[in-house]
Write a protein that binds this ligand. Structure first.
Ligand code: 6PG
Length: 255
């Protein structure tokens, strides 16, 4: 199952340009690699909570379905795993455009995870208020209102990549890209539906692992521009105190 290509770049914290690149043969192998990796990290924590920020969009759905399948549902220590959201569309959680809805359908409905371990982003008419509420929830769990170096907020942050170079709901030209203090904020992308709530760069950086999960030929060019050419896309500014991994299928990662 293990991949057939690993590149190593740098080791003091990572950026989108210096992270590891892993190219798996296809999207199925990609999901299997990620599921076994998450199980490995959960077991490695030996009973300590494992905090995962989930990404939305269509790409991670295959991973969530695998984690909810008979192959993994009973092997994962769900009572020790806390699931957060990297971003959300400001639509009801019952709406098919809701990231929470997608995760519920593909994963939560199939596993035995304590309700208190699932942390959906609240959806309110006032997205700034909703962001404040989610930030307060993260701060309560973290035990401080200040992110401390060496004390990561998240163990794993899963991120996707949009064709316009956005990730989470950090979209080109939106004010949230300049946010320095908040952990959670909101944005109104000009060419994507719905107001959005999103983790900020600071919250994403407070992580042990950032994993960009990207698949399909349509993403090959934008990956090159973000990784190799450091073009000024929101995703190119992603950093982590820990390790950054690009987990790609061959169509996205090329030979
Ligand atoms: C969202 C996501 C977003 C997503 C990219 C890629 O809520 O839409 O979090 O950042 O990851 O748009 O989406 P696809 O996986 O569908 O290509």
């Amino acid at each position: 199952m293990m991949s057939d290509k690993i590149e190593k770049n740098g080791d003091k914290g990572h950026t989108a340009q210096t992270g590891y690149v892993l190219v798996l043969s296809d999207a199925t192998a990609q999901a299997e690699y990620l599921a076994s990796s998450i199980l490995h990290h959960a077991e490695e924590k030996q009973g300590e909570p494992l905090r995962i920020a989930l990404s939305g969009g269509s790409t991670p759905k295959r991973l969530y379905e695998l984690l909810g399948s008979s192959e993994y549902a009973d092997r994962m220590p769900w009572d020790k795993i806390h699931l957060f959201f990297g971003d959300e569309r400001m639509v009801p959680h019952t709406d098919s455009d809701s990231n929470f809805h997608m995760v519920k359908e593909s994963l939560l409905a199939h596993i035995d995870i304590p309700f208190r371990n699932v942390h959906p982003m609240p959806v309110l008419d006032d997205p700034a208020k909703a962001a404040e509420i989610y930030q307060a929830e993260l701060q309560a769990i973290y035990g401080s209102k200040t992110l401390e170096k060496g004390k990561p907020l998240f163990d794993i942050v899963l991120l996707g990549l949009g064709g316009d170079g956005h990730t989470a709901s950090l979209f080109p030209g939106t004010p949230v890209l300049q946010e320095k203090d908040k952990w959670v904020s909101w944005s109104q992308p000009s060419d994507a539906p719905h107001k959005r709530m999103t983790l900020t760069y600071s919250a994403i950086a407070s992580s042990r692992f950032v994993m960009f999960v990207v698949s399909g030929e349509s993403k090959a060019q934008i990956i090159r521009e973000v990784r190799d050419e450091d073009k000024p896309y929101p995703s190119a500014a992603i950093k982590t105190e820990g390790e950054l991994h690009w987990i790609l299928d061959r169509a996205a990662g090329g030979e």
